[in-house]
Ligand binder design. Structure first.
Ligand code: ZN
Length: 466
């Protein structure tokens, strides 16, 4: 392998060294220092971390939210649930979602999130949530609180369930403050995940899903320094599976259909933790598909998409233009990253089959087409075109065709154009040489080249004796 190739690989990776010093701060979605320190009894490494050096938190406008005094009157899970919808996104998620429905249990503060393509799907998800509570928790929802959104207007359904539907007054969202605050918290964490990974906005849905997964495991004072997960499930959550969102990952390829010299792993990006499955949700950098695998090696301080979006600007959080190219993903190579810190999730040596649902095959192109680069180099006409009126076919309205570009202050091309000619006449005009052919001996003898041509012709006639 040539040194040039190694150098090229080095230029295609983006490593963030400060992840090493704030690993759990990154893995947990950039929590504030206090809730992070609360985890030190289960994650000893956080004692050695300091998120004061984090460059992502200020970008995400993440600040330590003051926890409200509990005004809850609920005494057990599902006495009261808060519901709200946020959206639409400026850019649809990978699965075409534009909204998300948030459901917060008042007693445990556990949050469920559903990505919606449109608001009309709210009814289906609410009804499914009622079934989930009855089946999985053997409980019944007593009261549902929401704003006045028409999507929550299901009076007949509430009546059949014996549920009280509490509505906040018009234009007083503070009456629905629990879920409003949770929205703010979710968006803060989701933004930090988006910014740390440098992923485009199509991945915002995955950022939101991961944010909720993390928020449910963070210890909060309002729950006496326990997590929503622990209060709801009566057991501590596991943190060992958490990895840095958006980092470079290598998923083991499947034994079947793998030849001796096929790669043993494929480069991916971590997109979160699929609900109800033991494994990691990954984005295949080569095939642009989403799949789940348990056999993954992570490089948690390398973010492949940072090459496409190295600097965060206002434009970076605006809707993306229509993709134009498919093969402009950052180049990745496992050889380059072998020397970098990595962590493995080899929970099971056997590979996890791919998810093959339609939503997993995504026509996503994560690359934003770059504006065409305009060279500052002065362009010169090739030598073989010096005798032709090449510049006269350019539009005179094109500022790039100005005479100064060719170095001639007032060239003919700046005032004369052949653009108004028909195609046939334009081709004819371009075939005419800029040299004027003399019509008499008197004119020809004044030009050295014609004088030389005449002498050559005379010598040829003499040699031929003609
Ligand atoms: Zn941070």
């Amino acid at each position: 392998m040539s040194n040039h190739f190694i150098t090229h690989l080095a230029s295609t990776s983006f490593s963030v060294n400060f992840v090493d010093n704030n690993l759990w701060h990154y893995r947990l979605g950039h929590p504030a220092e206090f809730p992070l320190k609360l985890l030190s009894h289960v994650i000893s490494q956080v004692l050695h971390e300091s998120n004061k050096t984090c460059s992502i938190c200020p970008l995400a406008k993440q600040h330590c939210l003051s926890f409200p005094h509990s005004t809850s009157t609920s005494t057990q899970p599902f006495d009261l649930i808060h519901c709200d919808i946020w959206g639409p996104f400026s850019t649809k998620s990978l699965t075409g979602s534009s909204y998300f429905l948030t459901i917060v249990d008042d007693h445990t503060r556990f949050t469920w999130i559903h990505l919606l393509e449109n608001k009309s799907q709210t009814r289906t998800h609410i009804q499914a949530f009622f079934n989930l509570v009855e089946t999985q928790f053997n409980a019944k929802i007593n009261t549902l609180r929401s704003d006045n959104g028409a999507e929550f207007n299901m009076n007949h359904f509430y009546a059949t369930k014996g549920v009280i539907h509490q509505l906040s007054c018009v234009e007083t969202p503070q009456q629905n403050s629990t879920v409003e605050r949770q929205h703010q918290h979710i968006l803060n964490v989701a933004r930090s995940l988006l910014f740390q990974s440098h992923l485009p906005l199509q991945f915002l849905g995955d950022c939101i899903l991961t944010a909720v997964h993390l928020i449910n495991q963070i210890l909060i004072p309002i729950l006496q320094n326990t997590s929503p997960y622990e209060v709801l499930f009566k057991s501590s959550p596991s943190y060992s599976h958490l990895r840095v969102f958006g980092c470079l990952s290598y998923a083991n390829t499947f034994l079947r259909n793998r030849h001796k010299f096929d790669p043993r792993a494929k480069p991916c990006i971590l997109l979160g933790y699929p609900y109800g499955m033991k494994g990691y949700k990954l984005y295949d950098l080569n095939l642009h598909t989403v799949f789940v695998s348990r056999d993954v090696v992570f490089h948690e301080n390398i973010f492949p998409f940072a090459l496409k979006y190295p600097v965060f600007t206002t434009d970076s959080v605006l809707p993306l233009p229509v993709p134009m190219h498919e093969s402009t993903l950052p180049l990745l190579d496992p050889l380059l990253t072998n020397s970098l810190p990595s962590s493995s999730s080899n929970q099971n040596s056997t590979s996890e089959p791919c998810i093959s649902s339609a939503s997993d095959i995504l026509p996503l192109e994560p690359c934003i087409p770059q504006p065409s680069r305009k060279s500052s180099r002065v362009k010169h006409t090739p030598g073989y075109l010096h005798d032709y009126h090449c510049h006269l076919t350019k539009s005179t309205s094109d500022p790039t065709s100005s005479s100064t570009a060719s170095g001639i202050p007032y060239s003919l091309s700046s005032v004369l154009s052949y653009d108004h000619l028909s195609s046939s006449k334009k081709f004819f005009s371009l075939s005419v040489s800029v040299l004027v052919e003399p019509t008499s001996y008197t004119q020809a003898v004044k030009h050295e080249e014609w004088h030389e041509a005449m002498n050559t012709k005379i010598k040829a006639l003499e040699l031929n004796k003609t």
